[in-house]
Design a protein. Structure first.
Lengths: 668, 247, 262
């Protein structure tokens, strides 16, 4: 015990975690990076078509990652069982993505290539992602566009009938395909239709309004799930030869985020409690251009496309006294265009994390605008007055009309006349279950795809690359790697009353009963909100050692109170939305602690993780490659009861950069 | 703002339902309609009463999960989804009646939550282009004239919320179905299956218990995405041509 | 409070499942799903198929009432003109057709259309009622025009009127005007009674309403209105036909009532 304590990087962490054996990916073949994927596809065992129907796969999630995998595996002839908690697979949160999807098609002949997309993604991730996985992502990206076009996804086109591209997220090539502001929707509908086609063919069985609440692990292998039918409340056992989690991100641990109300970590967390490593949980992306919080009632935050920063200018008043004034009354000389001032080269187009952090600093400094939320005004101006003067209102309207309308609808203000107010919000989680090159977790038979895994974005995700990853995983990667596992199947038939199944079922039933029995004083939402506050305050845009330690204490006592004092009404055998939320929040209360521990142990700044103690003289993120060039894969340790957590065990996966040279990033 | 709410409460698919009256006070005009219901639910929970069940997920007008009949209008008085409707669209002291979508093809599950899986079955019948993963030609091999691409896009904006059915006096699903038939029918990729698609979808639509269309137009008016009525015309034309073998 | 909506089982029973079936007895067979519904089936009885029948028969009605209204205007030309016209209708096409042959052809076509039209209308009416068995407590209709909302009862009213009208002026079973020697006398001596004019006027107004929506609706049903412009044109056409028919039909009775023709 003392031994492991001493081996923690500093004295502080010792109270919170232990260090375990390193992990490594063993599936990526040797050889030059460009040949690895072809080699892997060749090496992975094949399954005879006649045997496929005897092999079953459970897929949790019908977002881009899950629906595309379900359609592809179904079409290949496997027996697929697909799950989502919404009433139809088409509503998975992928639907909300606005901006676009990257692909190294180089249709514009502007120097794009697989290598450049790979390079940009690794650099954008601040050198905290695994090279082999990212290269493969760039490699299959072009196929995604072909597939989607053939399915009828209505991408934007030019007059000649060719596909249109734009440059997105600050990159210098035009590689982003888009469908107005609804790229995610159109891509998801394409995947959904492909999935429905397989449902009609009988290869995919769809379970909507079902929530996975437990993973069944038998003999060290993932063999099924326990799910609750959210309509009837029935607890169901579903068995299969392999389980795929495509359950999306966990940004809702912050309560307020741009994620959907239902987005949650439960599927991942239940698997984590069964032994799956959770990698880099503290890497969260905070998006600078969201509509600010207007009051305590707020249930979610709405993203405004990043493209607004191309023409809008961001400012706050120079003096605190001006913050309540009508912005139009504040003369030019009293305005602080702080991004243009601090980063003259990039100005308003600095990367997401920098833009976000600076906005926070301005508001912490008392110069925020908009309504008081707590002790501060949380908002900065995004002003289009110059753009309107320069381009004319019709041009601005043509470009941003739908975003302006959305803003007007939500805030009741007219952005053509008064500057918009924006503030950063949690948007994407780079962390997730640890997977190898085959997208397999450390539990054999458990695969993880899309935002639910940690694999491709390092410490920070580039715009338009999550959609790419989801579809790459589901259409092209997983179907090729999972067969290597399935080829060894069918695995021995599991009895519905085998100990592993019975234990998993009992867990779910007990937990449900316990939540309903507490009958305390506080609503689930009030706990969720409080957790969100803690996370946002101490594990948000800027993190410090003392803050994180404080947060861990606060979360622990909040969790204890939750299990003592939450009030969940109704019963378990009907549609019960409070019960659904309670289960999700219970898991967030554990995840939150792990995120803080991860953030505490990583005493460097990288990508979306900014430790105040580790910055350059100009306030830039400062990485420590000598100490932290690794993936932190956390193992759940102890605390078998609900709400109990032991000290997690840290397994490090060293990151090896062969194809790309490490550099410290700078935007000055 | 202070409001009187009359909300449809129904314990389960087979239970009897009724309108129950609630008063809510101190509602901010900046709240969304669903946030106003969140406030009511927090209060009910505090009083030991079960909260009102209603569907929502993205709360930004794109997933199509939300949908309430608000004083007789699907998604309320504005052209948007229920989740993007804000309380500033209502008057202080107003009485608001909140009901679930009513259509026999959308059975009630609980309170304001309905089962819209009939829409999925319509898509299963033919709302897709049969292309297997990996078999697609290069994306630029298929050119799509911009006018067709644009019309396909407008139709593809449908979010499957069901407001068209809820608003239609005949509880018809034609706008939803027309949107899909038009989306796929405008594209070259959608041609091979065009005749089959429309027949299979219409048969499933009718079998699911939706009504027929008498071109009343409430659907398009209620549609948060403004899907135009001309998709129904295209649907009709497709069915006619498929019947007479003229594709 | 209100009737229970049907449970889930209801539509599984009613769903036509156009799904390619597995063939070898096993449950999960890798087959490619395509919409392979036998082309012939279903569409006629489908809601759209029925609507097509309604549109077709409706347009026949439109043609008929336009000609009929035009023919009625002959009354303004006086007894000879009108009686000649009535006679001409019966001798039209002779000797290829027997006396009154055209009229019988028209009658057969009209009757067939009416049967189809009414059959479709009532079938769809029934389905629409079944599609929402529990009504809303509050429902606003914001976009619907009055004419679109009155198609069904308006249609029934028209049907009743046509029966009355045939008994009145074709078979002379109902004769408030008394036995008259010529068609002209029949008409003129009918419409000097204000209450008969009122019945006809109401019927004509109902017809105008029915056609105002009907013409636009038929264009939409036939799939001719794929753009906003064509849709607007079809609506204008509907209003035009409605107004035209109303005016043309109303002139003779009013002219008679007010003694302009006698
Ligand atoms: C507002 C917004 C805008 C974005 N814009 C872009 C963009 O422009 N470009 C880009 O590349 N990326 C964008 N992203 C990110 C991107 O959309 C997501 O990362 C990506 O779509 C995630 O896809 P997914 O398939 O992994 O998960 P999701 O789409 O989130 O799907 C999760 C699925 O899992 C199911 N599920 C979860 N838990 C359970 C459970 N316990 N039991 C059963 N089912 C469960 C859900 O029902 C759902 O079907 C955006 C994200 C947001 C929030
Ligand atoms: C049995 C009595 C009748 C009933 C119940 C009836 C009902 C209807 C209905 C429900 C429609 C469809 C409306 C829509 O699409 O919105 C319709 C259409 C129409 N009707 Fe009638 N109608 C009847 C008689 C008539 C008569 C007597 C005429 C003419 C003199 C007529 C002319 C038309 C026309 C032209 C249409 C348009 C076709 C279409 O909508 O596709 N109808 N009718
Ligand atoms: C004021 C208006 C009308 C007048 C003066 C009028 C007059 C007549 C007359 C005189 C006849 C008998 C013709 C003959 O047997 O030679 C007739 C027949 C008929 N009219 Fe009208 N009519 C009027 C309105 C209508 C309307 C509104 C409709 C339909 C909606 C209609 C439908 C018919 C039909 C179906 C017949 C029977 C035709 C036949 O015998 O084959 N009429 N009408
Ligand atoms: S057509 Fe409009 S109203 Fe109908 S489901 Fe689609 S988006 Fe909703
Ligand atoms: S309201 Fe109904 S009748 Fe047709 S035009 Fe719309 S579906
Ligand atoms: S909740 Fe997604 S559209 Fe309203």
């Amino acid at each position: 015990m003392t031994d492991t304590m001493l081996s923690t990087p500093d004295g502080v962490g010792a109270d919170y975690y232990r260090i375990g054996a390193p992990v490594a990916d063993t599936q990526a073949p040797a050889g030059p990076i460009a040949g690895k994927w072809t080699q892997r596809k060749f090496d992975a065992s094949l399954v005879n078509p006649a045997n496929r129907r005897k092999l079953s796969v459970i897929i949790v999630g019908t977002g881009l990652a899950g629906a595309s995998a379900g359609a592809t595996l179904g079409e290949a002839g496997y027996h697929v069982k697909s799950f989502c908690f919404q009433d139809t697979p088409r509503r998975a949160h992928s639907i909300a993505a606005q901006g676009g999807i990257n692909a190294a098609k180089n249709y514009k002949e502007d120097g794009d290539s697989i290598y450049r997309l790979f390079y940009d993604t690794v650099k954008g991730g601040d050198y905290r992602s695994r090279e082999t996985n990212v290269y493969r992502l760039a490699e299959v990206s072009a196929n995604i566009i072909d597939q989607c076009v053939a399915q009828g996804v209505p991408f934007a086109r030019e007059y000649g009938g060719l596909l249109d591209n734009r440059s997105f997220g600050g990159v210098q090539v035009s590689r982003t395909f888009y469908a107005r502001g609804q790229t995610g929707q159109q891509l998801l509908i394409g995947a959904y239709q492909a999935l429905e086609r397989q449902i009609a063919a009988g290869t995919v069985e769809m379970f909507t309004r079902h929530e996975m609440l437990e993973l069944i692990v038998e003999d060290g292998r993932a063999r099924g799930i326990i799910a609750r039918d959210l309509v009837t409340g029935e607890i169901e056992t579903h068995l299969a030869d392999a389980v795929v989690l495509a359950s999306g991100g966990y940004g809702n641990v912050f309560f307020l985020s741009t994620n959907a109300m239902g987005s949650n970590v439960t599927a991942n967390w239940r698997a984590h409690r069964k032994g799956a490593y959770f990698a880099n949980p503290c890497y969260t992306q905070i998006h600078p251009t969201c509509i600010p919080v207007s009051g305590d009632h707020q249930s979610k935050l709405t993203l405004m496309s990043e493209s607004l920063r191309n023409d809008g200018r961001i400012w706050v008043p120079k003096r605190k006294e001006d913050c309540e004034k009508d912005p139009r009354q504040i003369p030019e000389e009293d305005r602080d265009y702080y991004l243009e001032r601090i980063y003259p080269a990039f100005g308003n187009l600095v990367p997401r994390d920098i833009a976000s952090r600076q906005a926070k600093y301005m508001c912490d400094d008392g110069r925020g605008v908009g309504p008081m939320v707590g002790d501060f005004r949380r908002g900065v101006y995004l002003d289009f007055a110059d753009a309107i003067a320069r381009l004319g209102r019709p041009a601005v309207e043509a470009k941003y009309g739908n975003l302006f309308d959305m803003y007007a609808r939500i805030t009741g203000e007219n952005p053509y006349e008064t500057p918009m107010r924006i503030y950063p919000a949690v948007h994407y989680t780079m962390g997730g279950l640890w997977v190898d090159y085959d997208l397999s977790s450390n539990i054999p038979g458990l695969f993880v795809t899309g935002e639910a895994n940690f694999s491709d974005h390092g410490a920070n995700r580039l715009g338009a690359s999550a959609l790419m990853q989801g579809l790459a995983d589901g259409y092209f990667v997983l179907p090729n790697t999972i067969r290597n596992y399935l080829a060894k199947g069918p695995y021995p038939k599991l009895d519905a009353d085998s100990p592993a199944v019975a234990e998993a079922r009992a867990n779910v039933e007990e937990r449900t009963q316990r939540l309903l029995a507490i009958n305390g004083q506080r609503s689930v939402d009030s706990f969720h909100k409080e957790l969100g506050h803690i996370m946002w305050e101490y594990c948000g845009m800027e993190r410090t050692e003392t803050g994180l330690m404080k947060a861990i204490d606060l979360i622990r006592s909040l969790r204890a109170e939750f299990w003592r004092n939450v009030r969940v009404l109704g019963s378990a055998d009907t549609l019960n939305q409070s019960l659904e939320k309670a289960g999700r929040v219970a898991d967030f209360l554990e995840l939150g602690e792990l995120m803080c521990i991860d953030a505490l142990h990583r005493r460097e700044s990288c990508g979306g993780h900014f430790r105040a103690e580790s910055q350059t003289e100009d306030g830039e993120a400062l990485r420590h490659d000598d100490q932290f060039l690794y993936v932190a894969a956390w193992e759940y340790a102890g605390g078998s009861g609900e709400g109990e957590m032991g000290n997690p065990v840290l397994h490090k996966e060293d990151l090896v950069y062969e194809a790309i040279e490490l550099k410290q990033r700078s935007y000055k | 703002m202070n409001l009187t709410l009359k909300i449809w409460r129904q314990d389960g698919p087979k239970a009897r339902g009724e309108l129950v009256t609630y008063q809510v006070a101190d509602i901010s005009p900046d709240m969304s309609f669903l946030e106003m219901l969140d406030v009511l639910n927090e209060r009910l929970n505090a009083e030991g009463k079960e909260p009102v069940a209603f569907d929502s997920d993205c709360r930004e007008g794109i997933c199509g999960m939300c949908g309430l009949m608000i004083s007789g209008e699907a998604h309320g008085p504005e052209k948007t989804t229920t989740c993007q409707l804000h309380m500033r669209s209502f008057k202080d002291g107003e009485t608001i009646t909140i009901e679930p979508w009513r259509a026999d093809a959308f059975p009630i599950i609980r309170d304001l939550v309905v089962d819209r899986s009939a829409f999925d079955r319509i898509i299963q019948a033919g709302g897709f282009i049969s292309v297997n993963t990996g078999s697609a030609p290069d994306a630029e091999a298929i050119l799509v004239p911009k006018p067709n691409a644009d019309r396909a896009f407008v139709a593809a904006e449908c979010i499957g919320c069901g407001a068209c059915v809820a608003a239609c006096p005949n509880a018809s699903g034609m706008l939803f179905m027309g949107a899909k038939v038009t989306h796929l029918g405008e594209l070259p990729q959608g041609q091979p299956e065009r005749a089959m698609r429309v027949q299979a979808m219409v048969a499933t639509h009718d079998g699911a218990g939706f009504g027929g269309c008498t071109n009343i137009g409430e659907c398009s008016h209620a549609c948060p995405k403004g899907i135009p009525l001309d998709v129904i015309s295209t649907l009709n034309a497709d069915l006619r041509k498929a019947k007479s073998g003229r594709f | 409070m209100s009737r229970l909506p049907a449970g889930r089982e209801k539509f599984t029973r009613r769903t036509a499942a156009p799904v390619t079936q597995a063939t070898d007895g096993e449950r999960y067979v890798a087959i490619v799903a395509t919409s392979t519904l036998p082309a012939s089936q279903q569409a006629v009885r489908s809601s759209i198929g029925l609507k097509l029948l309604m549109a077709g028969s409706g347009l026949i009605f439109v043609g008929y009432v336009l000609l009929h209204a035009y023919g009625n205007l002959m009354v303004l030309g006086g007894a000879d003109t009108f009686n000649n016209y009535a006679h001409h209708l019966r001798t039209f096409g002779q000797p290829m057709l027997p006396y009154g042959g055209l009229l019988w052809i028209v009658r057969v076509v009209l009757l067939a259309s009416l049967v189809l039209h009414a059959y479709s209308a009532f079938t769809l009416w029934g389905r629409a009622n079944g599609a929402r068995s529990t009504k809303y407590a509050v429902k606003k209709n914001v976009a619907a025009s009055l004419s679109s909302r009155t198609m069904r009862f308006g249609g029934v009213a028209l049907l009743l009127f046509v029966i009355f009208h045939i008994l009145h002026l074709t078979t002379h079973t109902i004769t408030p005007q008394g036995k008259q020697p010529t068609p002209y006398d029949n008409v003129v001596n009918s419409f000097d009674k204000w209450w008969l004019v009122l019945i006809y006027a109401l019927a004509v107004i109902a017809l105008a309403f029915h056609l105002t929506h009907g013409v636009w609706s038929a264009s939409q049903t036939l799939g001719l209105t794929n753009t906003a412009t064509s849709r607007a044109r079809a609506k204008i056409a509907g209003h035009f036909v409605g107004a035209l028919v109303a005016t043309a039909f109303l002139i003779p009775p009013l002219a008679i009532l007010f003694g302009i023709v006698d």
